[in-house]
Design a protein. Structure first.
Length: 395
């Protein structure tokens, strides 16, 4: 019997209740998952302690407990036919608890690997995908034994890092020791600082039957550790590199026996070689352009993998640029002032996505702007004009 034999079809379940899909976490990724699920006719349930969480605000059900609250988890399982996650720091134990009651994807084992940089790098090694040279730091002795060749490097906490948080750039041994002390001597990885020519990522979706599809390679620009711009069009990367990145991402997903949407981030080095950086066991900021530039978005594929529906290879129909809209853009001309949305929306092919967050803070992801058009040149010109209006630095 095919594992796709029992898809969770939208509409009513046999008991007359609406077919409900659940998500752990109520951030913007959860919100966009909820939108995609609802567009297909599902009801949704979100577990997030924040009463104003972006996904909680738009979901049919919002369970406001911590991620480890037994009653909250039981409630989520009771109302959801299947459950996914929208951020990788959801406790893997909570996913295990849910998995005893309901279909959960991605599974706790894959999420646990993505939560731990050391386990993640070991997985890359098993898959034969090259990553940056590194050393694990657990003790002062590990610190003393670090090879000279790893410096200058980046000290990263093994767990709970995101948007460049929990990372310190270190040039020598004294700086390394100080940085480890600053990070509270928690388990860390020291990664060699690599000469980056560019960064890119690949998003794949894999079903329970092992069927896998992928989006094209995304070219990403980070500023201060946070994604700023994603560009996706034919020729954004040399074709051989793009093919290598897609093959690497598929190998990483296959090796995890992954079910769901997975993003694999890569570095292209100045000598043209490709190394894997990290994985995200969920849709990814660099895949937001798919909402307007592809015939299926990354969130549509998250719904399909969760509901055991067929996966078809997504097709990008428009060249695209995505600009992240950080809180820095708010309050530019006066404390209450908003970015000039009307001027941006007057440009052709602009699609505004805001996450419903009340408080704008520097570095906080408030939304994104997708720009689509007929040609890469046209899209770039429009996106640069939008960036100028918004006060985003040119790229
Ligand atoms: P996120 O989860 O938001 O993608 P993160 O906090 O997990 O980010 P990383 O992806 O590890 O952080 O690193 C953030 C950025 O720092 C990278 O996108 C890259 O620009 C830079 N960086 C990280 N590691 C290296 C390295 N070994 N050499 C050079 N630059 C690096
Ligand atoms: Mg990253």
């Amino acid at each position: 019997m095919s594992l796709l034999a029992s898809p969770l079809l939208p509409g009513s379940a046999p008991d007359g209740q609406p077919m409900t899909l659940g998500v752990m976490g109520g951030g913007q990724l959860g919100r966009m998952f909820v939108h995609a699920a609802q567009a297909m006719g599902y009801a949704t349930a979100v577990l997030d302690p924040d009463p104003a969480s972006p996904a909680g605000l738009v979901s049919h059900y919002h369970i406001r407990t911590s991620y480890t609250d037994a009653a909250g988890l039981a409630q989520l399982a009771a109302c959801s036919a299947a459950i996914t996650t929208e951020f990788e720091n959801v406790p893997a134990d909570a996913l295990r608890t849910l998995a005893a009651l309901r279909r959960v994807s991605p599974g706790a084992a894959a999420v646990a690997i993505a939560q731990d940089r050391a386990a993640e790098k070991a997985h890359f090694g098993r898959c034969g995908v090259a990553c940056a040279p590194y050393a694990e730091i657990h003790t002062a002795a590990d610190l003393a034994q670090v090879a000279d060749d790893l410096l200058p490097g980046i000290l990263k906490t093994a767990r709970m890092g995101y948007d460049g948080k929990g990372q310190v750039r270190v040039s020598d041994r004294a700086a390394l020791a100080a940085a480890w002390a600053d990070l509270g001597q928690v388990p860390c990885l020291l990664e060699k600082m690599l000469p980056l020519a560019l960064e890119c990522s690949v998003i794949v979706a894999r079903g329970t039957d092992g069927a896998m599809v992928n989006f094209p390679v995304q070219r990403n620009l980070h500023r201060e550790g946070i994604l700023a711009v994603t560009e996706v069009f034919e020729g954004n990367l040399p074709a051989a590199l793009a093919a290598q990145a897609i093959a690497g991402a598929r190998a990483v997903a296959q090796g995890l026996d992954y079910v769901g949407v997975l993003c694999v981030e890569f570095f292209v080095l100045s000598d043209g070689s490709l190394v894997v950086n990290e994985i995200a066991p969920r849709p990814h900021n660099s895949g937001h352009y798919t909402q307007n530039a592809c015939d299926l978005s990354q969130f549509d594929l998250q719904v399909r993998t969760l509901a055991h529906l067929p996966l078809t290879q997504p097709r990008q129909h428009s060249p695209a640029v995505m600009l992240n809209l950080l809180g820095d853009l708010w309050g530019r001309s006066s404390p209450e002032s908003l970015p000039d949305w009307a001027a941006v929306l007057a440009l052709p092919g602009t699609h505004l996505h805001l996450y419903g967050k009340q408080q704008a803070r520097p570095g906080r992801k408030m939304g994104h702007l997708n720009v689509t058009g007929a040609t890469p040149e046209q899209v770039r010109v429009t996106a640069l004009r939008a960036a100028e209006i918004l006060g985003v630095a040119a790229f």
